[in-house]
Design a protein around this ligand. Structure first.
Ligand SMILES: Nc1nc2c(ncn2[C@@H]2O[C@H](COP(=O)(O)OP(=O)(O)OP(=O)(O)O)[C@@H](O)[C@H]2O)c(=O)[nH]1
Ligand SMILES: C=C(OP(=O)(O)O)C(=O)O
Length: 202
């Protein structure tokens, strides 16, 4: 089964809870670029649809860009789902996943292929990082704080993705970034962190 992955990306204005000083905006973009790169390189992924108003993110190779309607996360997700055929397999992946790898996404999508509706919980099991359905028209997005419970209530089954998977480590606060660093982050996040360290040392 080959999937369309829909990634909503706020871009530079995102990650307001990340106490990273001058590096916050660049990190918000870098997390998304790493999550997008992993999605593009994932063998189980046929199409990568990025919903954004951010020019840097929109310039990423290998993706289809949908303009952000500017009405929040759910409007962005619905705009992305709208370009997928109703009967095609689709997964919404939140893009604040700097440690996502093509292999981690591939493993999760193989599990998702066994369920009509499914989700992957974040590291503390209250949020959602991936929401999938074998038919796009069966997706029931209910993202936001505590979304895992709402997705369960809508009939999405939790996938047994190990907590050591980069797919489970969404970064909202600095402590989450340390968790992601332990797993290994993508090249864009690494470059911003190395740049910030060099500036601090100068
Ligand atoms: N396109 C789009 N993506 C969004 C929007 N709001 C959140 N996202 C994305 O959804 C994912 C999860 O974001 P959140 O952590 O809920 O929100 P955030 O605004 O990035 O972070 P906070 O400011 O800390 O709440 C990230 O990939 C965001 O970029 C939106 O209005 N439009
Ligand atoms: C949007 C969500 O998470 P966060 O705001 O923590 O990124 C979610 O878990 O549904």
């Amino acid at each position: 089964m080959r999937w369309t992955v829909v990634l909503p990306v706020k871009g530079q204005s995102g990650k307001s809870r990340l106490d990273a000083g001058d590096a916050r905006a660049a990190l918000a973009v870098a997390f998304a670029r790493d999550a997008i790169a992993a999605s593009v390189a994932c063998p189980a992924v046929e199409r990568v649809v990025v919903v954004t108003g951010d020019e840097t993110v929109a310039a990423t190779e290998g993706v289809e860009v949908v303009a952000d309607p500017g009405a929040g996360l759910h409007a962005a997700i619905q705009a992305g789902i709208a370009v997928v055929a109703p009967g095609a397999p689709a997964a919404v992946v939140l893009a604040d996943l700097p440690a996502l790898t093509p292999e981690a996404l591939d493993d999760a999508l193989a599990l998702a292929a066994e369920q009509p509706r499914s989700y992957v919980a974040d590291a503390i099991s209250t949020g959602t990082t991936l929401l999938a359905a074998r038919r796009a028209d069966a997706l029931r997005p209910r993202f936001g704080e505590g979304s895992a419970e709402r997705h369960r209530a809508e009939g999405h089954v939790e996938l047994p993705v190990p907590v050591s998977s980069g797919l489970r480590v969404d970064v909202d606060e600095l402590a989450d970034l340390h968790l992601a660093l332990d797993l290994g982050v993508g090249v864009h996040t690494r470059a911003v962190l190395d740049g910030a360290r060099a500036t601090d040392a100068a």
